[in-house]
Design a protein around this ligand. Structure first.
Ligand code: G3I
Length: 332
C-alpha cells in the first residue's frame, strides 16, 4: 500500500528475530524496509575498546539485501549507547578522533547499502536549561554543540548516498513540553541548514500514547516549517502505548487504531514525508510489551497491544488504520 503511494513502510527488528521463521514470513509480507533495533549502536558494536564486532549488524544488512528490503541504520551516535570506555577519555582530541573513526568505520562498512542513517539520536532535552535546549550528556560535555556538525559531515563523507537523519521524540502532542521541544528541534534543524550541515531528514519517532492531547493543525503547521527548511520527514519508530485504554481487547484495539489514524492522517499528507517505520511489527517483539518504561505497564497487568500485528502475527485494527492512511493518499 505504501509503495503504491511512493512511500516506504518498514519496521525495527533485532537479529534474534531472524531465528523466528513465522515472524520473518510476516515481515517479508508486510515490510519494504527494516531498521536495526539496537545492533548498530556504538556500545553494542564496541563494548570493549578496539574490539568492534559487526556480526549481528552484518546479518541484518545481509538479510535486507538478500530479501530486496531497504535497510536503515540506527543510530550513528546516541548518548545512551556510547561505550562506557569512551566516557572515560578526557583528552578531547583523542575522544573526537575515536568518535569520528567509529562513525567513519560504521558508515563506510555499509556504504551504498543503507537507505538512511539516524546520524544522531535524541540530542534535545529542555531540562538542560540551555537556550538551545541541547541535552547535557557525554558528547556535549566533551565537545560542545559543534559535535553535531562534526558527526553529520563525517557521515556524509563516509557514505555520500545514505540520507542523513536527525532523529528525536516528543514533538507530536499539544502539550507545553512537546511545544518547547518542537521549537528547540526546529531551531537545531534551521541552524544546521544555515551552517551547511548535511541533515537531509528529520526522524519523527512517534511513540504515541492513548489519551494525549493532539492538535492536527498545530502539528501540520510544524511539519510545514520543517519542510520549509528543505528537510524531508520520516516516521521512524511509531507505536502506541495503550496503558490508558480499557482491558477489553476489541475496544483497546479500536482505540489503538484510532490513535494511529489521527496521527497519520495529517502526517502522511505532508509533501515532505518519504515513509514510515514502526518500532516493531508484532506485539510478539516490542519494547512496550517488554515493559521497558514504567508508563508502558498497564494497571490491569494485561499485555500491551502497541503494534499492527498481534503476538500471533494476526493483523489488527491498527494494521487497517495504517493501510487506510496510506490508501487515502494521492499517488506521487
Ligand atoms: O538480546 C540481548 C541479550 O542476548 C543479552 O543477554 C542482553 C544483555 O546485554 O542484551 C539483550 O539485548 C538488549 C536488547 O535491547 C534486547 O532486549 C540490549 O542489551 C539493549 O541495549 C537493547 O535495548 C534497546 C534500546 O533502544 C537501547 O539500544 C531496545 O531494544 C530498543 O527498543 C531501544 O530503542 C530505542 C531507540 O533506539 C531510540 N528511541 C527509543 C527506543 C525505545 O527505548
Amino acid at each position: 500500500m505504501a509503495a503504491i503511494r511512493g512511500l516506504f513502510y518498514g519496521a525495527a527488528i533485532a537479529t534474534r528475530h531472524l531465528n523466528d521463521p513465522a515472524f520473518v514470513a510476516a515481515l517479508l509480507q508486510e515490510c519494504g524496509m527494516i531498521v536495526s533495533e539496537w545492533e548498530a549502536q556504538w556500545a553494542a558494536l564496541e563494548p570493549v575498546r578496539g574490539k568492534p564486532d559487526y556480526t549481528a549488524l552484518d546479518r541484518l544488512v545481509e538479510f535486507a539485501a538478500s530479501n530486496g528490503l531497504l535497510f536503515r541504520g540506527h543510530s550513528g551516535i546516541w548518548y545512551k549507547r556510547v561505550p562506557d570506555w569512551f566516557g572515560a577519555i578526557n583528552d578531547r582530541a583523542e575522544a573526537e578522533r575515536l568518535m569520528l573513526e567509529h562513525v567513519q568505520a560504521k558508515f563506510s562498512r555499509y556504504r551504498g547499502r543503507v537507505q538512511s542513517w539516524d546520524v544522531l539520536n535524541e540530542a534535545v532535552d529542555l531540562r538542560s536549561g540551555r537556550p538551545d535546549g541541547l541535552r547535557r550528556e557525554v558528547l556535549l560535555d566533551k565537545f560542545g554543540p559543534g559535535y553535531i556538525d562534526l558527526l553529520f559531515h563525517a557521515a556524509r563523507a563516509a557514505d555520500p548516498q545514505a540520507l542523513l537523519c536527525y532523529n528525536d521524540y516528543g514533538v507530536e502532542y499539544d502539550t507545553p513540553w512537546h511545544t518547547g521541544r518542537r521549537e528547540a528541534i526546529l531551531a537545531l534543524l534551521r541552524g544546521c541548514r544555515s551552517r551547511g550541515v548535511p541533515v537531509d531528514v528529520f526522524g519523527i519517532q512517534a511513540h504515541l500514547r492513548i489519551g494525549a492531547r493532539f492538535n492536527a493543525d498545530i502539528w501540520a503547521r510544524w511539519l510545514d516549517e520543517v519542510a520549509g527548511l528543505g528537510i524531508k520527514l520520516m516516521i521512524t519508530e511509531i507505536d502506541v502505548t495503550d496503558a490508558a485504554a480499557p482491558g477489553d481487547i476489541a475496544e483497546r484495539d479500536r482505540q489503538v487504531a484510532a490513535e494511529y489514524e489521527r496521527f497519520l492522517a495529517p502526517t502522511l499528507k505532508s509533501p515532505a514525508i518519504i515513509g514510515m517505520l514502526a518500532w516493531g511489527l508484532s506485539d510478539r517483539y516490542s519494547w512496550i510489551v517488554r515493559g521497558t518504561e514504567p508508563y508502558h505497564k498497564r494497571p490491569d497487568g494485561l499485555p500491551p497491544r502497541p503494534l499492527p500485528l498481534d503476538a500471533d502475527l494476526k493483523r489488527k485494527p491498527a494494521w487497517q488504520a495504517m493501510a487506510d492512511a496510506f490508501g487515502g493518499l494521492p499517488s506521487r
